[in-house]
Design a protein around this ligand. Structure first.
Ligand code: BTN
Length: 253
């Protein structure tokens, strides 16, 4: 039987902060329990993957949840970040469901969520020794293009922009915490397999031609699979390459 997990207890609500991941790291160091979640209305120094900044104006859902997984954290962080990606994708699907054309929600490896082909959310998994993984989620809820820096506008979207209506932030927070709890609970009980399966059903990456970039990486290939440890398997020039870090852009069909 799956042990129920209740992420979001305790819930620390902040109006404005530099980064919810930074606050959650401080709470972790003070011994905060698993499930402690920090949510802010706006961030002034939001952190993205690969040391990038994450624009976090009011209207978005910016939170970090603190996990104390039983397995070695350094080995778990990639699969836990995909737990976050799947949970956010399911949240977006639930929130935007309704009459009209079905919006396309996809998980782009490693942990972006795309809505109708543009990025609507990102997940940042950080290891915080000893034994803590901080899962930061940024979801563009009621955010509009003018709220975002010019360089990200063409690539980003929000739930409100795609749905043509705004969303209740409290309802969205509840849905996100439900989905994070459910998928983390599954990961604890059954391992990465069910998360990987759902990731592959929702993938924007596997089966596509991708461009891989990052430190020491710059090539094009075919994304073949997500591996048991959350890495991406890419075939390039007849060789299979395992990608654990870096950026993957999906080439237009
Ligand atoms: C990415 O680069 O796609 C990951 C973005 C993660 C942003 C979220 S917003 C809440 C949490 N606090 C942060 O400073 N970053 C994460």
């Amino acid at each position: 039987m799956t042990t129920p997990v209740d992420l979001g207890r305790p819930l620390v609500r902040l109006e404005e902060v530099d980064s919810t991941n930074r606050v959650a790291a401080e709470l972790a160091a003070q011994g905060a329990p698993e499930g402690t979640t920090v949510v802010a209305e706006a961030q002034t120094g939001g952190l993205g993957r690969l040391g990038r900044a994450w624009s976090s104006p009011r209207g978005g859902l910016w939170l970090t949840t603190l996990l104390r997984p039983p397995a070695a954290v350094a080995e778990s962080v990639a699969t836990l970040a995909l737990v976050g990606g799947v949970a956010v994708a399911e949240t977006a699907r639930r929130l935007i469901a309704g009459p009209g054309p079905t919006p396309e929600v996809r998980v782009k490896w490693p942990n972006d969520v795309h809505l109708n082909g543009r990025k609507v959310a990102g997940v940042l998994g950080q290891v915080h020794p000893p034994g803590v993984v901080l899962l930061g989620v940024g979801l563009n809820l009621n955010v509009f293009p003018d709220d975002l820096p010019a360089e990200v506008r063409p690539l980003a979207t929000s739930l409100a922009q795609e749905a043509g209506r705004s969303f209740d932030p409290e309802g969205a927070l509840g849905t996100l915490l439900d989905e994070l709890s459910a998928w983390y609970g599954r990961w604890l009980a059954e391992g990465f397999a069910p998360v990987r399966r759902r990731c592959l059903e929702l993938t924007a990456t596997v089966g596509r031609t991708v461009w891989v970039s990052g430190p020491g990486l710059d090539f094009t290939g075919e994304a073949l699979d997500i591996m048991d440890d959350g890495a991406l398997l890419v075939r390039s020039g007849g060789r299979d390459v395992v990608i654990r870090a870096g950026d993957v852009s999906v080439r237009a069909r």
